[in-house]
Design a protein around this ligand. Structure first.
Ligand code: PMP
Length: 380
């Protein structure tokens, strides 16, 4: 009997590996290029048991934090690099330069992939970014170009600095290197890689039984790509945007107006509210978010207090030490589960780990009592 069960296990493993490889597109690389980049994608899906139990639904987390550079952005960074190689704009192992404006995860993905593939990563980074992200970028050998602090009020300045950095290298006749501006917010390859990989993975991992998909939007690439793919499989799947305080996207989705927009009735206004949450929330429409808009049924606004409490709740009750955007998604998941009733299958993205947020979000979340209850999370 044990020989038969060993055979069955090997057969099942073989089936899973085959299914994963053939669908991902990121891992179908020639054997000689199977370096760290071959570990990107095919991330696990786990059940968030405490949330399932309390709601009577099945709530799952897609562990994008299991990508080798620690977030969903590995997929996007690799897709942008490969696309630019195909277009002949950069060449591996030449020290060609990748510029990106980012407050974190994408820069870390580019820094790791630049090392793996023989490029230089230049990151234009707002100088209020969490010290651990800055330290990590330095450790990874990326060149950092500090720009003024950019809250979600005005992120344009770091993308502008990155565009300019790439242009300078390309315009310099004495510089043999080629440079690209990765431009994750406006880049079409961003949502497409989630359409080609993250979406199919979720569909496969839930065996087509997913009722609701929930995610925040930074560039909008993840929610756009995943929801487009899922809707092609089943147009009844609900897509919900989880949005932090201070972001205008929720009102854009629910009411068609960006109430929190800096451009309101022709006048520029600063927000009264900013957020501790990093990576999501915006007050301008990006190309990638535009790809998502028609797919989103509803937006749920989540306060920082709710997200902080949820992060602690997941950590204590499930052993899941997650970043701020994952916590926001989970608050939205519980609200959705309570609204639609038991039996729903809900998938959220866990974009990165709490370790990326120790000095900012988790500095506050750490002080939340271990016995925090779901009622206390939702009442805020
Ligand atoms: N969570 C975190 C921690 C992020 O860094 C990002 C990307 N900025 C997101 C969520 C949102 O992903 P996307 O850019 O695909 O909307």
């Amino acid at each position: 009997a044990s020989i038969i069960s060993a055979f069955i296990i090997i057969y099942e493993l073989h089936k899973q590996i085959k299914a994963g490889r053939s669908n991902s597109g990121l891992t179908t690389l020639p054997p000689k290029s199977r370096g760290v980049e071959s570990l990107i994608g095919n991330t696990p899906l786990i059940e968030i048991k405490s949330l399932s139990k309390i709601t009577g639904c099945k709530i799952y987390g897609k562990l994008e934090l299991c990508n080798p550079a620690g977030s969903a952005k590995d997929r996007v960074a690799l897709a942008i690099i490969r696309a630019n190689e195909r277009l002949g704009k950069i060449k591996p192992n030449t020290g060609d330069v990748i510029f990106e404006g980012t407050s974190g995860s994408t820069g870390i993905s580019f820094a790791v992939l630049a090392n793996a593939l023989g490029y230089e990563a230049h990151i234009c980074l707002p100088d209020d970014t969490s010290p651990e992200k800055l330290q990590l970028l330095k450790a990874l050998g990326a060149t950092i170009h500090p720009v003024k602090p950019a809250s979600i009020v005005d992120p344009q300045q770091y993308t502008n600095a990155a565009r300019e950095g790439a242009r300078k290298i390309n315009d310099d006749p004495n510089d043999e290197r080629r440079a690209i501006f990765a431009d994750q917010f406006e880049n079409d390859f961003n949502w497409r890689i989630h359409y080609n990989t993250t979406g199919p993975e979720i569909w496969r991992q839930t065996e087509g039984e997913v009722d609701v998909f929930i995610n925040g939007s930074g560039t909008g690439g993840t929610i756009a790509g995943v929801s487009k793919y899922l809707h092609e499989q089943n147009s009844d799947i609900k897509v919900i945007l989880a949005d932090p305080q201070g972001s205008g996207l929720a009102n854009r989705v629910n009411y068609g107006v960006m109430y929190d927009s800096v451009e309101r009735e022709g006048t520029r206004r600063r927000h009264q509210v900013d957020t501790l949450v990093e990576g999501i929330g915006l007050n301008r429409l990006t190309w990638n978010f535009k790809q998502a808009e028609q797919q989103i049924d509803e937006a749920i606004r989540v306060t920082d207090r709710q997200a902080l409490k949820m992060a602690k709740y997941l950590c204590i009750n499930d052993g899941l030490f997650w970043g701020s955007s994952a916590a926001i998604n989970c608050v939205a998941a519980v609200k959705t589960a309570l609204k639609y009733g038991p039996g729903q299958k809900i998938v959220v993205i866990a974009c990165d780990s709490g370790a990326r947020h120790l000095s900012k979000f988790w500095k506050v979340a750490s002080d939340i009592p271990n016995d925090i209850t779901m009622n206390e999370i939702l009442q805020e």
